[in-house]
Design a protein around this ligand. Sequence first.
Ligand code: OAD
Length: 228
Amino acid sequence: MNILILTGAGISAESGIGTFRDAGGLWEQYPIEQVATPEGFAADPELVHSFYNARRANAAVAAPNAAHKALAKLEREHAGDVLIVTQNVDDLHERGGSQNILHMHGALNRAICAACNHRWPAPAEMYANDPCPSCNAPATRPDIVWFGEIPQGMDVIEAALQNADLFVSIGTSGTVYPAAGFVQSARAMGVQTLELNMETSSGVFKESRNGPATELVPVWVSEVLAGE
Ligand code: OAD
């Protein structure tokens, strides 16, 4: 059985990284168009860098929780493929021990040059005039996918969906496309679908279990491994 897992901010919530749309979430505190669009970056790059510098500092002090660790155990012990496609820009899946991870919305720990597309490990703090280590242009930006930009790895995700037997969505509200549409694609291809989330998001999943990820994910992983 090949398992494709989509994760969102809810899986990192209990590690102390705020979600976007829950009460008091990031998008209540910061206007999306100012900090998460190419237009916002063009208008005020220092504001956008300071927003992501703060996110990076927050992620650096957070630790992977029982849900991240359970998914790493699943990858180690499950006989079939396990791919995590995450919308999260933190590195808690990596630090939880998972290896097969695709960051479809980019990653806080990477920088990219808007002039030549060179990528490199992001320093703790980035500034608008930082020169690119490859072409020297002062065009450094966080390697984050903003609204209006195309998510990363869509070809890999499409192939993984076709290869999957089970699609599991964890800790995401299912409001941002194309990720929000993966469940419909999965169902159209006859792939089983399961949601593990604090609340039922779309009603499109064959099964939806509600509760905190640190409780639901280890239980589900134990069930999968016990069935093998
Ligand atoms: P959201 O903030 O939209 O949704 C978080 C979901 O997690 C909600 O459905 C919550 O009910 C659920 N949740 C909260 N705490 C939880 C917990 N402890 N255990 C389980 N579930 C919990 O975050 P995302 O769906 O990840 O994109 O947002 C998707 C994208 O929108 C993000 O990647 C980001 C944002 O704008 C970009 O910035 C491009």
